[in-house]
Write a protein that binds this ligand. Sequence first.
Ligand SMILES: Nc1ncnc2c1ncn2[C@@H]1O[C@H](COP(=O)(O)OP(=O)(O)OP(=O)(O)O)[C@@H](O)[C@H]1O
Ligand SMILES: [Mg+2]
Length: 254
Amino acid sequence: MRRRLKCKRRRGLRPLLHLRFRYAKARYMIKFQNITKIYPPNTVALNDVSFEVEPKEFVCLVGKSGAGKTTLLKLLLAEEKPTSGRIFFDDQDVQKIKSGHLPQLRRKIGAVFQDYKLLPSKTAYENIAYAMEVIGASDSEIARDVAEILDIVGLTERTHNFPVQLSGGEKQRVVIARALIHRPEVILADEPTGNLDPYHALDIIRLLLKINEFGTTIILSTHNKEIINSLGKRTITLHEGKMIRDEKIGRFIL
Ligand SMILES: Nc1ncnc2c1ncn2[C@@H]1O[C@H](COP(=O)(O)OP(=O)(O)OP(=O)(O)O)[C@@H](O)[C@H]1O
Ligand SMILES: [Mg+2]
């Protein structure tokens, strides 16, 4: 109790100092601590996985089909619960976040999953605007931010196209734009190049690199050997739920 009072006083008097103290303590942004995930009755999707991700890192996640990549990303989003272990995001224990506060967590995390479909009856602009409408943004905020994001992803000329009028790569860029709209701290991209030809795949990777240069942390899961080998970024390899490699400059070895 005494400690809590002391802390409260410090926060009241010197908010900035307190903030600095907090960040000095946690260098990592994301921490997986001995995470095991078993889907009932007995599928071990992740087996005692531990790693940390620092702010602004670009991390590739590789592994054969069924290795546990999507499960790992869903656990971070609190879409699935670990069977054991703990996950921290910005010093917060993800499992302890009350369901009412989950939208705040998810706004800090931009998710680019293959099954996160665009709404077919809305244009590129409207698909992104919709994500802002649901959190009550004003019309002027929406107009400003959506135009800016469409410019960042190089789709200004496709603003009023419906998904059916966009190529696969362009659609994926709208999905990334939609994930960027809340200015997330991290983007989780689950096989974002899976359905694309090599040219468009490269386009998406370049876009993720650009977003990373702006300061957003990226976790990219991919099967694409060429992408991993040419990126030369930190690579975590999963094999049957186990983390078998974590290399600073990764190569694709399965
Ligand atoms: N909701 C679920 N219920 C039961 N088992 C599941 C569920 N989701 C995934 N699994 C199983 O957990 C394991 C890991 O699946 P996951 O989707 O995480 O793999 P992945 O590495 O993303 O594979 P892929 O490259 O094919 O997308 C697989 O054996 C899968 O069958
Ligand atoms: Mg997957």
